[in-house]
Design a protein. Structure first.
Length: 367
């Protein structure tokens, strides 16, 4: 018993250390990648890294508050929070800020937030509540129906922004929670088949998305036939990564940040890793990220409390899926989706939301 407790404590320690290392590494990367853009927009090269630092501080503060709360108390307020989330996502479609063809942001005074990011910890909490023993539904089908209904509505609203990558991230979180729950395996199997069909259906429902998929599947960027359009960011990302060589150009010396690589501080932050820290630095980063993700799933497997098991596995799925999409896009193993790298990329709402989720993971379980 003592050995099991010690192992759990060891895994939690590894989890915390890996997260801290990713955040620290991210601060250095964002500080470098945002300097030029921050100077251009705000006439202050430190403005964007300051916003990033404030987001980390707010996230840590919320984490510290949430982890001291009994999870049953949090669940008590879940229904009104879910309703508010859906209302905001619906309002966003009409009154949101449109940037780059997507209506994903809301301005509240001088503050700009991305509601779809804040929806992730709420949906994570909803799925865990509905699938765990704390919601008395004995029938497996009804458990999955209740767990998937609200996320399904959120996915539709987020997809309409349009934000395909966040939609499928949320779907993957719920799917992994179902896998880690006590429902019969046939249900997640059928869900994966249905989800794959819907994903392909949605993929072709928008001209720009279908075009981007075709460019990727036909390997047009690899053939060097197109250097602009959908291939521009891909080529610039590859140039940045390859220019780093084995040991990199050095911290704060990125050339891509001068405008050649759009979204270098968010969607393509991993290209800056390769450029400034080289192949060796990239491998070290991948190792730390992998340790972080694996620690979440090992903790979920060993967790006795079903609610916390589903929260931890959902966070692991969240980080895993977004990391695959982000890193895959930077080297064009996957199509460009426009999704941030957890704990690392610039993005205040994304940083706060992941800290809220980790706070729920550490919340008290005493009845």
């Amino acid at each position: 018993m003592k050995a099991k407790t010690y192992l759990n404590e060891y895994l939690f320690k590894i989890n915390r250390i890996s997260i801290a290392l990713l955040i620290i590494f991210g601060v250095f990367l964002v500080s470098s990648a945002t300097a030029v853009e921050s100077q251009r927009i705000y006439s202050d090269s430190f403005r964007m890294i300051s916003i990033h630092a404030v987001a980390i501080f707010i996230g840590i503060l919320l984490f510290g508050i949430i982890k001291r709360v009994n999870y049953l108390y949090i669940i008590k307020f879940l229904n009104p929070i879910v309703i508010l989330m859906l209302v905001i996502l619906f309002i966003l479609l009409t009154f949101g800020i449109n940037l780059g063809g997507s209506t994903r942001w809301l301005n509240i005074g001088s503050l700009r937030i991305q509601p779809s990011e804040l929806a992730k910890p709420i949906i994570l909490l909803w799925g865990a509540t509905q699938l765990s023993n704390h919601h008395i539904v004995q029938n497996d089908f009804m458990k999955i129906w209740r767990a998937g209904f609200i996320p399904g509505l959120a996915i539709i609203l987020i997809y309409r922004q349009p934000d395909y990558s966040t939609s499928i991230t949320i779907a993957f979180i719920i799917f992994v929670q179902i896998l880690f729950s006590k429902v019969k395996f046939i249900y997640p199997l059928l869900m994966s088949i249905a989800a794959g069909f819907l994903a392909l259906l949605f993929l072709g429902s928008e001209t720009y998305r279908a075009g981007r998929w075709q460019v990727w599947s036909d390997k047009i960027c690899d053939q060097g036939l197109e250097l602009l359009g959908d291939c521009f960011q891909v080529h610039q990302s590859r140039i940045a990564i390859s220019s780093g060589g084995m040991f990199g150009l050095g911290p704060g010396t990125s050339r891509a940040r001068w405008g050649s690589l759009p979204s270098a501080y968010s969607d393509f932050i991993s290209a800056i890793i390769g450029e400034e820290y080289g192949f060796l630095g990239y491998l070290i980063f991948i190792f730390i990220l992998s340790v972080c993700i694996i620690s979440f799933f090992l903790l979920a497997i060993r967790e006795k409390n079903e609610f916390k098991k589903l929260i931890i596995s959902g966070i692991g799925a969240w980080i895993l899926f977004q990391s695959i999409l982000n890193l895959g896009a930077s080297v064009y193993l996957l199509p460009v989706t426009g999704i941030v790298l957890p704990f690392v990329s610039y993005g205040g709402t994304a940083m706060v939301s992941i800290f809220v989720a980790i706070g729920i993971m550490h919340c008290r379980v005493d009845d």
